[in-house]
Design a binder for this molecule. Sequence first.
Ligand code: UTP
Length: 279
Amino acid sequence: MIRKCLFPAAGYGTRFLPATKAMPKEMLPIVNKPLIQYGVEEALDAGITDMAIVTGRNKRAIEDHFDISYEIEAQIQGTDKEQYLQGIRRLMDNCTFSYTRQIEMKGLGHAILTGRRLIGDEPFAVVLADDLCINLDNDGVLKQMVQLYKQFRCSIVAIQEVPPEEISKYGVISGEMIRDDIYRVNSMVEKPSPEDAPSNLAIIGRYILTPDIFELIEETEPGKGGEIQITDALMKQAQRGCVLAYKFKGTRYDCGSGEGFMAATQFCYDNLYLKGLSF
Ligand code: UTP
């Protein structure tokens, strides 16, 4: 039912300069696998097969990653190194990849609007690949959200509790609790100060959006930081209908920050790479 996943991947990644000067942030490896590959795997495991990627200048490596490298294929054919490509081959065999470019980086809301042609008029998932979400022994975060969508049929944002000193990095929701892990959103603020934050429930980089969001983004003026904010459009959607916030099961690493990147690397090294599970 949710067939498409949008990956806004046009941002500059300034927090990771100089690594991101000529390389997309989404290609930063967590041990041996780039962030965006983890995101595509999570989407495929949720039953989503059409990947729609919003890129920008200096992002061509993403397209090359999800394509055949004939030289490498020829080099390793018939050797035991072929196992290293098993994971990426599975994605290429089971998914389609479409790309569009965001010409001016006017914010996450604008990046999502840029993907409109690739998505069309259907509900879709959004993954911000620098948020790495892991739930090893159970369903991935997107799969949990797709299941929830089947029940509620409205936009859903993934949330987690964050400490007060971190709240100003996030979009923050408040709402009415309708299950111990689900809120019906009635307010949403982008990057509030700890004093102004309506709660400690922060939106992370996983969304399910219904397609009416595109018109709402079109009507949205630039907000915090002069950028077109998805939270502002979602707030309108919440006022007109329903937006849910879901406290997902699993761990999320903010790999756009040094601390999160290191924690994710250590976790993936110990739990995936050393066990031969990270190809
Ligand atoms: P971030 O806020 O993390 O920005 O964007 P950024 O540019 O990637 O990183 P920093 O803060 O400068 O280090 C959240 C997501 O939205 C995408 C980014 O690629 C990232 O996945 N994005 C943001 C766009 O695609 N276009 C934009 O104009 C802004």
